[in-house]
Design a protein around this ligand. Sequence first.
Ligand code: ATP
Length: 234
Amino acid sequence: MLKVEGITVCYGQIPALRNVSLTVEEGELVTLIGANGAGKTTTLRAISGLLPLASGRITFEGREIGNAAPRTVLALGVAHCPEGRRVFPHLTVRENLEMGAYLRRDHQAVAQDMERLFDRFPRLKERLNQPAGTMSGGEQQMLAIARALMSRPKIVLFDEPSLGLAPNLVERTFEIVSDIRREGTTVLMVEQNAYAALDMCDRAYLLESGQVMEQGTGQAMLANDHIQRAYLGG
Ligand code: ATP
């Protein structure tokens, strides 16, 4: 479904990704793990069209999307749920959700989708008219996830959905990601919480200094010596 082939991405002259390749098949939950600065966020931003490729190719359902405009990528069904709860702080919860659906013309279905999302995120319904920036960190994370789903994506790119959340909310967030996948949406998730990410995924890639160093099924990666020593504390 999503194919990243040998991409190099630079900030100025400095490469942040070097010859990175990965694939995500339809229905899979794939995770990308690695230390701070390894290039995980850069990978997602390149897929979403937010960063240009210096070389390499990205295709989604057979179409070339490397260097495409972000709205083109979104229109094809790729939603990005950014790190750090990047909701629009001055817009209300409702307006943030509407922004997630801004490319859709099926307004009635958008309204129905919003109602359906409230079953999963009841707190958002209670706070529809509240400016998003005044909500708690956990609420903003839920809003960021809900906003991504409002585009009816085929695949969601999650960037560190558990970042900065209290332990019970971390667990809840991973449950939501698993539910989204179970309902048929493909997921590519960046996570620093390596144990949880490997435990819940089908396949994973380890990035180190902008390169893919290991790849395999979640269970194989959990059993991998290098990963155990460097990322799982044992
Ligand atoms: P983290 O877990 O800390 O978010 P990451 O794996 O997502 O890390 P990236 O944010 O992709 O890492 O960063 C990869 C490299 O690119 C880092 O060395 C970082 O300093 C650099 N980098 C990221 N954004 C920029 C930028 N806007 N300008 C210059 N360098 C950048």
